[in-house]
Design a protein around this ligand. Structure first.
Ligand code: 5AD
Ligand code: SF4
Length: 440
């Protein structure tokens, strides 16, 4: 979501003559777009700000500094108090106000703080989204009403809101016209999507994806992040559609029903496992990823072992796992049964070892297979291209074929590593170039 917001900040600032800079040293305006979800978010911001202050000094003060995103939303005035060289602080819904804030800051009115949520959704205030290349994010939903007891999102991003179907389809069309083939639909609770359609009906995420999959030129559709409670049968069924990638990030957070209850997740492990098995019926090759929190207040050894057991049962392609971190203002933060840091550390190490083993096995099993890979980035090495497999694995090839950049090509996987795959282009290779076909 932050990556998408950053792209939209570029869109907002472009008409004022601003363009993205590769390094902060060259920048007239530095915006820290921050995330508040996990530990030490504020400290990280203040330490980054310290470094940017030094750059500002080196330029004789000729640099504007802005803090945006959820730390901005949560800390507000406090940032200006602790770091008076910051010119502007804006919340997660205020970046449409950037031009006005920058203009004021240039006039010397520093210390500007904008934290209000606009009366209408922020999307309505933004210019058209511009191209992000072959793979693009498209925000369809924002905010969250679920109030998991550990999570700050409902407070920093506000209530759940779904964009209108027509606005989403128009944005998708514009992106595809500019060469996008792969769209990641975004939302903090994306599968709670219930936007208003032109027919006056409320559309589900499955309805939206069914419509998007009719769009010529759009080849791949994914969505992130989902909640198990909103995995309705229509959404499960749409995974049988070819353009919906065989990949789903469905966080469960814990494998223990008692912990899930204390987290206010409002579902059980049985429901979660049942969803996965229904998805596997519709799409047998589907890969699953998840998020986990270890050391949630009161988590016992036995409850943690239930998480380990669930992970063994599911067999994940990859997963993110975190130590619980008390977030100010959330119910779990004031729970008296905080788990000692040492215990959290040990549990995290054990869980991550198991998840890494599964990730390695998943990647290794792809060796010898042929996948369609969308090459959307240059690799680190000269001539290297980086792409994504249908299962969201990074695939690198050492190819000089410029035609493959921003295209989908058939690739034989030759190496499977923990964080990436190596491959070689299948020759002859039929490439889909929009509606044309070319043979390499
Ligand atoms: N502590 C640790 N991890 C958290 N997450 C959210 N809040 C916290 C917290 N207080 C994790 C969850 C969520 C992911 C985006 O961040 O696993 O799914
Ligand atoms: Fe946070 Fe996700 Fe729970 Fe919403 S559903 S409160 S975003 S963890």
């Amino acid at each position: 979501m932050n990556a998408y917001d950053t792209v939209r900040m570029h869109d907002v600032m472009r008409p004022l003559g601003y363009a993205a800079s590769d390094t902060p040293e060259d920048a007239d305006l530095v915006i820290l777009n921050t995330c508040h979800i996990r530990e030490k978010a504020e400290e990280k911001v203040y330490s980054d700000l310290g470094r940017i202050r030094d750059l500002k000094k080196e330029r004789g003060g000729e640099m504007l500094i802005a803090v945006g995103g959820c730390v901005g939303q949560a800390e507000g005035e406090e940032i200006i108090r602790r770091a008076p060289y910051v010119d502007m602080v804006m919340g997660s819904h205020s970046y449409h106000q950037l031009p006005e804030m920058v203009t004021k800051a240039i006039r010397g009115q520093g210390g500007i703080v904008e934290l209000d949520f606009p009366p209408e959704p922020k999307f309505d205030y933004l210019p058209d989204a511009t191209s992000q290349g072959a793979s693009a994010f498209l925000s369809v939903q924002e905010g969250c009403d679920k109030f998991c007891t550990f999570c700050v999102v409902p407070y920093t991003r506000g209530a759940e809101y779904s964009r209108k179907v027509s606005a989403i389809l128009e944005e998708a069309k514009r992106l595809v016209d500019q060469g996008t083939m792969d769209i990641m639909l975004l939302g903090q609770n994306v599968n709670a999507y219930h936007g208003e359609g032109a027919d006056g009906r409320s559309w589900s995420l499955a309805d939206l994806m069914a419509e998007l999959s009719k769009m010529d030129g759009l080849k791949r559709i994914r969505y992130i992040t989902s909640h198990p409670r909103d995995m309705t049968q229509d959404l499960i069924d749409i995974h049988g559609e070819e353009k919906i990638m065989p990949y789903l990030h469905l966080p469960i957070q814990s494998g223990s029903n008692s912990v899930l209850k204390r987290m206010n997740r409002k579902h059980t492990t049985d429901l979660y496992l049942d969803i996965l098995s229904r998805l596997r019926k519709v799409r047998p090759d589907i890969a699953f990823t998840s998020d986990f929190i270890v050391g949630f207040p009161g988590e016992t050894d036995a409850e943690f072992e239930e998480t380990m057991e669930l992970v063994r049962q599911v067999n994940y392609a990859a997963a993110y796992s975190f130590k619980y971190s008390p977030r100010p203002g959330t119910p779990a933060a004031t729970d008296e049964n905080q788990v000692p840091e040492e215990v959290k550390k040990l549990r995290l190490a054990r869980l991550q070892a198991l998840l890494q083993e599964q990730q390695m096995a998943f990647n290794a099993a792809t060796v010898g297979k042929t996948f369609e890979v969308l090459f959307d980035r240059d690799g680190k090495l000269e001539g290297q291209l980086l792409g994504k497999s249908p299962y969201m694995q990074s695939v690198h090839i050492s190819s000089q074929n410029a035609e493959i950049r921003n295209q989908i090509a058939k690739v034989r996987i030759t190496g499977g590593y923990l964080n990436s795959l190596a491959g070689e282009i299948v020759v002859p290779n039929v490439l889909t170039l929009g509606t044309r076909y070319a043979t390499l």
